[in-house]
Write a protein that binds this ligand. Structure first.
Ligand code: GDP
Ligand code: MG
Length: 456
């Protein structure tokens, strides 16, 4: 598969300043030669260009000039894919990039699948699987903290810990297997104790890695926070305030927001997916009923509830219903419209922290952000906390490794046959290896790389 040459547009489709057409594979330079005409003194065809140089010229589709470009030439193995690579820096806009891509495909390249450049970087040993996933995390990062975590993983912080763990398990496995090969030599009690101690250490390393799953999920998927409350209390206004721009329609007419709106806000570096709901009140209007059905589903799936109340209105039975509905959920009671004369009296014993805000003046919004951050992430966020943050795939692999390690320990201390011990230990080694791709099936690779964009 790796002996063909792939190509794709690596930039988003649409009008823009520049678009990049990327070509990688053993024939990349030859393909480049076919469709690139160097212009001016000192410019060369890709095959004649030194590595890591930029050549100025034109892309030709047949005899037709389709764009004036800069061609970046990177020779194997000093490229992202470790293959010969040519990148054409075209004018932005759909047609120029598409025509350049067509020229490249006409020259003998084939259209790349999603994530195929990164997959080649992995298959050619430039990065491991956890680092390849980090490439996608970098692209998708929505806050600076999420980006910092992705960059740590790309730099290999997680990979290093996983490799140490796997080596430790392998070492133990080698020991056990050596004894299987010489069954007449019984395993000495102190050797057995040493092996158990090693396994204990490995189990501890797994626990420490698994403990980062929540942060990993938070940084990658964001915290889902539903904004609820009766009509006209200022839910849409609060969404706009927390986003820092107007997204939802704010209006004095109750029932304006009929659909749920979800937008990611950057709150103290954490991505928080804010969901403005259409209200949970009863209505005979079909559209509103559908809106309400979705609201209920949203509220059920949210990890945090922001219950907005109008502090300028007396407490009502409807407010009570909302309070009851989310009594047992992590919740912040947001007392909005604090710029007006206060008329609200909350019932005694209302659970959850309270923050008084005004979406009109912005008062209290920063305090609300602090409270949201506090509930999402206990304590200060320090750099070393985001060095390693595993994703759900890593979590699944580590859990299997942990179970297998626990079984190994039980078997070893219970004097079971060493063959059985070895089987479980091998499972643990393989599960840990999946994280960095040392044990990876074609299905697993497909599942990971198909989530990438084309051209990456
Ligand atoms: N005085 C005052 N009015 C507000 C405040 N927040 C929202 N409003 C007004 O309350 C009305 C309803 O707001 P909206 O955000 O649409 O409420 P929703 O129905 O809960 O989404 C609008 O007229 C807003 O301008 C506030 O903090 N102070
Ligand atoms: Mg609204």
């Amino acid at each position: 598969m790796l002996n063909d040459t792939i190509a794709a547009i690596a930039t988003p489709l649409g009008e823009g300043g520049l678009a990049v057409v990327r070509v990688s594979g053993p024939r990349a330079l030859a393909v480049g030669d076919q469709c690139f005409r160097p212009l001016g003194r000192g410019s060369h065809k890709p095959s004649a260009a030194p590595t890591h140089t930029v050549q100025y010229g034109q892309v030709l589709l047949g005899q037709q000039v389709v764009d004036e470009v800069l061609a970046l030439v990177l020779r194997a193995p000093r490229s992202f894919t470790r293959e010969d690579t040519v990148e054409f820096c075209c004018h932005g806009g759909l047609l120029a990039a598409r025509s350049a891509l067509e020229a490249v495909l006409g020259g003998g390249a084939r259209l790349a699948e999603p994530g195929e450049f990164t997959k080649r970087a992995f298959l050619n040993g430039r990065i491991d699987l956890a680092q390849a996933e980090a490439v996608a995390d970098v692209i998708r990062a929505r806050t600076e903290l999420a980006l910092a975590a992705a960059n740590e993983q790309l730099a290999g912080k997680l990979s290093q810990r996983v490799r140490e763990l796997r080596n430790d398990l392998l070492h133990t496995l080698a020991h056990v297997e050596a004894h299987i090969d010489f069954p007449e030599e019984d395993i000495a009690p102190d050797t057995r104790a040493q092996l158990l101690e090693r396994l204990e250490r490995a189990g501890e390393a797994m626990r420490r890695l698994l403990a980062t799953a929540r942060e990993g999920q938070l940084l990658r998927q964001g915290l889902r926070a539903a904004i609820i409350g009766r009509p006209n209390v200022g839910k849409s206004s609060l969404l706009n305030q927390l986003l820092g721009h107007d997204r939802a329609i704010v209006s004095p007419i109750p029932g304006t927001t009929r659909d749920t709106i979800a937008e990611t806000a950057n709150i103290r570096g954490l991505p928080v997916v804010l969901i403005d709901t259409a209200g949970l009140r009863d209505s005979s209007d079909a559209l509103e009923q559908e809106g309400m059905r979705r609201s209920r589903a949203t509220v059920t799936g949210a990890e945090l509830i922001l219950h907005v109340l109008d502090s300028a209105c007396p407490f009502s039975a409807e407010d009570q219903r909302y309070l009851d509905e989310c009594a047992a959920r992590p919740r912040i009671v947001v007392l909005n419209k604090c710029d007006l004369e206060p008329r609200l009296e909350l019932p005694a014993g209302t659970a959850g922290p309270r923050v008084a805000v005004s979406c009109r003046t912005g008062q209290g919004i920063e305090a609300l952000k602090d409270k949201i951050k506090e509930l999402a992430w206990a304590g200060e966020i320090r750099a070393e906390m985001i060095e390693v943050t595993i994703n759900s795939r890593h979590q699944d692999a580590l859990r299997r490794a942990q179970e297998a390690t626990d079984r190994t320990r039980a078997a070893l201390s219970g004097d079971l046959s060493l063959e059985l011990v070895a089987v479980d230990l091998r499972m643990a080694v393989d599960a840990v290896g999946e994280i960095v791709g040392q044990t990876a099936t074609e299905d697993l690779l497909d599942a990971i790389f198909s989530q990438f964009c084309v051209g990456k």
